[in-house]
Design a protein around this ligand. Structure first.
Ligand code: ADP
Ligand code: MG
Ligand code: MG
Length: 870
């Protein structure tokens, strides 16, 4: 099969759709070539070659080599240069590029093809100083990528030379440059390595090194973090060089077509004069804003503006473009859809719709549910900010607000975070090696680097708050301290970081929730237009209900009545009821609870108004309401006028060996019907009261933990008669209402057709259903689930992401059975996974009517629901 495979594609051959085969960079280089943009010619070695080589190294010599040589010959013809001769030397870059962009994960080698002789030849067309600069860079990149010698060792050699000579690299004499080059070569010798003089050998070894880098540690970590499969491989792009380091009419830069932090519609980026390659992203020299290019090189700037527009119109999205200018001549070296903050994603998506470039549906897919989470996340309380002590300010690289202890290494970040601390990673700059530490940090601060530095790009991608280029800070990573003017801070001190303003404050600052902005409302309105299932909230307190309504819940899927018993006054009455010695005492407690609950429901219905609200009757085991400390028990006995010993004894009797499988849910309703009776009385009294005030309500009452049809029948019977009594007492005509049940036991799923005969609606309680299906205690799974996911035994925590194969199958069966009995029955899902985007896709597929989740997850869920429908 390998015979028929095409190993290499010239840039003229590919298209943007070939990302799988050519990698993102290669496919886009091909696309730009096709569009007629000024792209230096080159070719792409496929990702398939990478995977083939990684499986069998002999493939390289037996098959790939000759193809590469052919491709180079073609490139020589195209450029009228030679890769081996000493006249008109062809130099190339060797660039990795996987299907999904993995910034900084795999390295690039520039100026490849230079050697001791060719550097002289190369100097003929340029200058020797320039040629040496290129050669030195090649040695360093080759040493790093192919031989694995840390870049820093080369940087050290260079800065030692700078110090010894008391001047900057640019002012070195030829002699001095030669000496640096010699010292680089000696670095190789000292490791028993030799820099190959044969350009082809350089190219082959560089290609293999890029292939191998697919499997390096930081690439693996990045793929894990971003759920990128490990078997895709990277392509290798070989491209003829253009030189941004050939003088002051040259330079290199990285520009976004719109602001990737705010979404504003103007060019945003940086460039460096007389610089090559990664000088911009590495944060070694501080680059100038792209707007300044307009003054310095107006023609090149105008060209850039033109091509930026061409690219954006063509890709119909904000582009992240890398370019180089050689003697005022512009070359485009890379384009891709730019990474952006949540805020920017939203603004850009809406603007592109306004500009007629994309449809509303496309816009909905341009923002992810995770981004919505970021948009509604906390910001610092503006009042507290006024009094906060400012430490320093840098570039607002990624918005957000975070407080934590400062640490100076990725290691320390991991250690502190493992101990449960929130950490702020403070460094001179970050590099891909720091990735694991960056993941666990609440915020990242660097003293160097621009808005497109490694720290900035990675943080924006992760939605982590980040400040870069905070030059007032002198970070001493070794001694674990940072200086700022007179101030000295050490590891463990607390900083508050505002990624939106770029400011760093001392100590902790309280946060508040960001305003629910107009743009978000607009997007979510579009989401609701295409949605095929509703999003309700799990909420019962006034605050949560109000938040839920503000976030656009279509109703309440789960109002848990037990949460209303937790105030001090109320819990006392609940305790009085549970511990009552006489009917009278129980009756009194119930009366008082009735008053509380009626008032609760009255308030709740006022907030949700005409929207549906499912109220669940009491669910947890009784002992959850009781004290367990001897002292608390004594206090309680005193308040209730009972003997402490007797109370203690009563409480002991209520203890259960396995409470989650015990005396709870409908089982309480059956053994202590008075509680459920009191609850429905409160519900209906409040409904009637509101009815009289002109509000029409369809009460929906839900009975938890049903396993048996008879359980449901028994409870329904006494509830129905209680409700009729209320109507009679209030002297009104019976109102319509619904009695439904929660499906949260596997048995209930299997008899859903039977239960559907007696229930007006169903709601899947996925927390209990997962617990009961797996036999994992939802309160204890934290003790082992990480081991499970680390060892690959399970992909994720089934309480966070629905287990579609197991629990999901049960739900699917139950929905099918229920609809056999009652095709139009309203079926919902409440529980944690009701707010999880992946799970929502599944629920949409099996045809439930709504998902219900906690209020803060509603905006993201609304978007997820729309995306499931597109
Ligand atoms: P990354 O994936 O890390 O961005 P690239 O392959 O894009 O790596 O290379 C980094 C930088 O190297 C580019 O932005 C560009 O400035 C420079 N570069 C790559 N190829 C060439 C080339 N053929 N000529 C000049 N500069 C190049
Ligand atoms: Mg690049
Ligand atoms: Mg439950």
């Amino acid at each position: 099969e390998a015979e028929s495979m095409q190993f290499i594609y010239d840039f003229e051959e590919g298209r943007r759709t070939d990302k799988g085969l050519l990698g993102g960079k290669g496919a886009n280089l091909a696309e730009m070539t096709h569009l007629g943009l000024p792209v230096p010619p080159g070719f792409t070695i496929t990702t398939e070659c990478c995977m083939t080589y990684l499986a069998d190294e002999s493939f390289f010599d037996t098959q790939l080599k000759s193809s590469i040589m052919n491709a180079v010959h073609k490139l020589e013809n195209k450029t009228h240069k030679s890769f081996t001769n000493t006249i008109d030397p062809l130099l190339v870059s060797v660039r990795s590029g996987a299907k999904f962009s993995m910034p900084g994960m795999m390295d690039t080698i520039l100026n490849l093809g230079l050697n001791d002789q060719r550097v002289q030849a190369f100097a003929q067309t340029t200058s020797l100083a320039f040629a040496y600069d290129c050669y030195r860079r090649l040695l360093q990149m080759y040493g790093d990528v192919v031989f694995g010698i840390p870049k820093e060792e080369f940087y050290d050699l260079l800065s030692n030379a700078e110090q010894a000579l008391a001047k900057k690299t640019d002012s070195f004499t030829l002699r001095e440059q030669e000496e640096v080059i010699q010292s680089y070569k000696e670095k190789f010798f000292s490791r028993n390595l030799v820099f190959p003089q044969d350009p082809y050998e350089q190219l082959f070894e560089a290609t293999k090194a890029v292939f191998r880098s697919w499997n390096n540690q930081r690439a693996n970590v990045y793929r894990e973090l971003n759920h990128i499969p490990h078997n895709l491989g990277t392509a290798v792009n070989v491209q003829s060089m253009v030189f941004g380091n050939s003088g002051d009419q040259s330079g290199t830069g990285v520009v976004f077509t719109r602001n990737p932090a705010t979404g504003e519609g103007h060019l945003f980026g940086e460039f460096l004069l007389n610089a090559q390659g990664e000088d911009v992203v590495a944060g070694i020299r501080t680059p100038a804003p792209i707007a300044e290019l307009k003054e310095q090189m107006p023609t090149a700037y105008a060209d850039f503006v033109h091509y930026a527009k061409v690219l954006e119109d063509h890709y119909k999205d904000m582009q992240d473009i890398e370019f180089t200018i050689e003697n005022e001549h512009l070359y485009i070296l890379q384009t891709r859809d730019g990474k952006r903050t949540a805020k920017a994603a939203l603004t850009i998506a809406l603007d592109l719709v306004k500009e007629g470039i994309i449809s509303k549906e496309t816009a909905l897919n341009r923002v992810s549910p995770e981004m919505i989470d970021q948009l509604i996340h906390p910001v610092f309380d503006s009042n507290a900010l006024k009094d906060a002590e400012l430490v320093a300010a840098g570039l607002p690289a990624s918005p957000g607000a975070a407080t934590g202890v400062i640490v100076f290494t990725a290691e320390a970040a991991k250690d502190f975070s493992n101990m449960g601390q929130k950490v702020i990673l403070v460094r001179q700059e970050t590099s891909p090696e720091d990735i694991e530490g960056m993941i666990v940090s609440e915020a990242i601060v660097t003293s160097r680097g621009g808005m497109t530095s490694h720290a900035a790009v990675v943080a924006r991608g992760m939605g982590t708050c980040c400040i870069t280029g905070c030059e007032a800070l002198t970070v001493d990573e070794q001694n674990k301290q940072v200086k700022c003017g007179e101030l000295l801070f050490t590891e463990g001190d607390i900083f508050s970081v505002d990624g939106t303003s770029g400011k760093i404050f001392l100590g902790e600052i309280p946060t508040v929730i960001a305003e629910n902005n107009e743009e978000l409302k607009q997007l979510l309105t579009w989401a609701d237009e295409v949605a095929q299932l509703n999003v309700r909230a799990n909420a019962e307190t006034v605050l949560d209900l109000t938040t839920a309504m503000d976030f656009g819940a279509t109703g309440i899927g789960l109002a848990r009545t037990e949460h209303m018993f937790f105030g001090a006054e109320r819990v006392l009455e609940m305790r009085r009821l549970i511990l009552a010695d006489s009917d009278k005492e129980a009756q009194d407690a119930l009366e008082r609870l009735l008053t509380f609950q009626e008032e609760d429901f009255y308030q709740m219905y006022q907030i949700v108004q005409d929207k549906p609200m499912v109220i669940r009757l009491l669910d947890p085991p009784m002992h959850e309401f009781l004290p367990h400390e001897p002292n608390d028990i004594r206090q309680l006995a005193l308040k209730l006028g009972k003997s402490p010993l007797l109370v203690e004894e009563q409480i002991r009797r209520l203890q259960e060996a396995n409470p989650m499988l015990g005396h709870r849910g409908c089982r309480l309703g059956i053994t202590m019907p008075t509680i459920y009776q009191m609850q429905v009385r409160a519900i209906f009294k409040s409904v009637i009261r509101l009815q009289k005030e002109g509000q029409t309500i369809l009460p929906e009452v839900m009975i938890p933990l049903i396993a048996e049809k008879e359980e449901l029948l028994y409870i329904k019977q006494f509830l129905t008669s209680t409700i009729e009594q209320v109507f009679a007492q209030e002297g009104i005509e019976p109102l319509p209402y619904e009695l439904g049940t929660m499906i949260e036991l596997p048995r209930a799923c299997f008899i859903a057709d039977e239960l559907a005969k007696e229930a007006d609606f169903f709601s899947f309680g996925t927390n209990d259903l997962t617990q009961m299906t797996y036999g994992f205690s939802r309160d204890d799974i934290g003790k082992f689930i990480n081991t499970y996911t680390e060892k690959g035994i399970m992909q994720s925590d089934p309480f966070q992401h629905l287990d579609q194969n197991g629990v999901g199958s049960l739900i699917r069966v139950a929905v099918e059975k229920a609809r056999q009995t009652k095709p139009e029955m309203c079926i919902g899902v409440c529980g944690e996974v009701g707010g999880d985007p992946d799970s929502i896709r599944f629920f949409a597929e099996i045809g439930v009517d709504y998902v219900s989740c906690s209020p803060f997850r509603i905006p993201a869920a609304r978007l997820a629901v729309a995306q499931a429908a597109i």
